[in-house]
Design a protein. Sequence first.
Length: 299
Amino acid sequence: MKQTTTTIVGLGSMGLGMAKSLVAAGHRVFGADLDAGRVQELVAEGGESAPLPEAAAASDILVCVVLNAAQTRAVLFGPEGCARHLRQGAVIVSCATVPPEFAREMAAEAAVLGLLYLDAPISGGAAKAAQGKLSIMASGGDAAFDAAAPALDAMAEVVHRLGEAPGAGSAMKSVNQLLAGVHIAAMGEALAFAVSQGLDLEQVVRVITSSAGNSWMFENRAPHVVENDYAPRSMVNIWPKDLGIVQEIAAAAGLPVPMAETALAQFRAAAEAGDGEVDDAAVTRVYTRAAGLKLPGEA
């Protein structure tokens, strides 16, 4: 595989793992993040640090792994945006969860600068990011896929090619987030229900993960509750944003999404209770607090 120079903007739990996967695959990798400690962690693994305009100018590929649409726009096309420093023909791989229309707007702005654009939301969590085994839901032209291929191969176990039109990747990610958010909220409700019935949660996890009621989210998140471990692998605050996007898209289509809206309300309640920056398994507390129940580790 061709070795490339890639800049990754956003070295959070996903972006840092993606950058390390690129380094492990033999690529030259620049990292950029507001947290200098994250950049230094990448440098210690073989990455490089440089001012973002300089890194972008040296790069074939720019991977944007920031939180939301506003940050994506600022990083790429804001007053300090780096897109104008990329050489013509370079490709932007945009990974934030955003509305499809926003992805189309970004692709159009990139085209004006002679840049390729891949609408490429990601799924799989921090562990798979570090292993180069993400699922990437991507849409864009063949030239964009070809230009991004070295980075995609290093970062992903599977790349879903969803057509030439930017926005399809973001729409598919919202389908995924609808399901994921509902499943996490349902996990919290089920665990709270189990507590209300005097069941041992370790036993509940053991039984349900081998039964028809299991889901990937239950199997992944329920142990966090059992272990009273709410270190943020995926924060509660992600879900008001992502399920809010689902709600907006559905409203524009005239489509009712009652389960997504119910899950959204639970995550908003968790954030309002002060759990916004902890692991999203903490949504379980919304249910138990309402009933005066105690989870493992709570006095």
